[in-house]
Ligand binder design. Structure first.
Ligand SMILES: NC(=O)c1ccc[n+]([C@@H]2O[C@H](COP(=O)([O-])OP(=O)(O)OC[C@H]3O[C@@H](n4cnc5c(N)ncnc54)[C@H](OP(=O)(O)O)[C@@H]3O)[C@@H](O)[C@H]2O)c1
Length: 271
């Protein structure tokens, strides 16, 4: 059976421009930020300035603060004091809730346990998950671990930076810089997946991007697409109107896992 579908969340970058929203809609939003464990951010107070600056940029509201990546692979001693500082913020009521990012199940368990010892709930984990980075959710271990610990799994870059969307001209040099390079390298090699996504989209009267988002939801993860235009926000919201069935999910899993290419992995992802 497919796991329960998760909602789509919007990226924190978008929330900053949401001031004219009706009050009820604003209340329903989760305003979140992630703080990078740069090497100069050390100790329990290491995030103080960054946290203050982030809160100011977000208009004074901070529902969720997330450790941007795990330092377990290169400076394991750095991570816990920073998390302790964020936990202090939660206990003091200055921060709504606490999440982490780019952690595997082993580290997640340890962090969840240590926070629980302080009476602080670890609410969410962000990892890269998309049809071009499928292993995070198809492997099952991380999804099961999150479910067991009561941690929400959030899928970042769920559209593979726009590769998993209808974009006329994509891969033909319309994008510049590293993203353009990535598009030119991957786009010609993912056509079988896009063809299947188009078929499923047509079945549901939907867009290809909706299939990408709903595949994450079908795996129990909450996608946070990057949205730069009102049109893209509307397209993401449309994904909430339908869910894919088990057969569609399995067909997409098979196609994605058979592809010869993947999105670049985050080098800081811990085990
Ligand atoms: N925790 C981490 O380490 C980490 C790392 C990376 C990202 N993130 C988070 O993940 C979220 C979004 O990820 P992301 O921006 O990297 O990637 P993404 O959601 O996979 O892709 C976003 C891009 O897709 C394009 N797009 C969106 N909707 C579209 C549509 N309907 N049709 C065509 N193109 C569409 C836009 O491209 P254009 O710009 O060309 O319009 C947009 O910039 C952000 O909240 C970000 O903070 C977290």
């Amino acid at each position: 059976m497919a796991p329960a579908a998760s909602p789509v969340a919007v990226s924190s970058c978008w929330v900053g421009s949401c001031r004219p929203c009706p009050p009820q809609l604003r209340n329903d939003l989760c305003v979140a930020t992630k703080l990078a464990p740069f090497p100069w951010r050390l100790g329990r107070r290491g995030y103080d300035r960054a946290l203050q600056a982030s809160r100011q940029r977000l208009g004074g509201r901070l529902d969720r603060v997330q450790l941007h990546w795990s330092t377990a692979r290169y400076a394991p001693w750095q991570e816990w004091p920073l998390l302790e500082g964020l936990a202090d913020g939660v206990i003091a009521g200055e921060v709504g809730s606490l999440g982490v990012s780019n952690m595997g199940p082993r580290r997640l368990r340890e962090v969840q346990r240590r926070l629980a010892e302080r009476g602080v709930r670890l609410v969410s984990l962000q990892v890269q998950a998309s049809l071009l980075a499928p292993e995070a959710v198809t492997g099952g271990e991380l999804v099961a671990c999150c479910r067991e610990l009561g941690v929400d799994l959030i899928a970042y870059s769920p559209l593979a930076l726009g590769l998993l969307c209808d974009r006329p001209g994509a891969g033909q040099g319309t994008l510049r810089g590293p993203r353009g390079l990535l598009f030119r390298r991957l786009r010609p090699r993912i056509e079988p997946l896009l063809a299947l996504m188009r078929d499923i989209a047509a079945e549901h009267g939907a867009k290809v991007s909706e299939v990408a988002l709903n595949w994450c939801r079908a795996h129990g993860a909450m996608p946070i697409p990057g949205l730069r235009t009102p049109w893209q926000a509307e397209a993401a919201a449309a994904a909430l109107a339908w869910q894919m069935d088990e057969q569609e999910r399995l067909a997409l899993d098979r196609q994605a896992l058979a592809l010869p290419v993947r999105m670049p992995a985050n080098p800081f992802l811990s085990d």
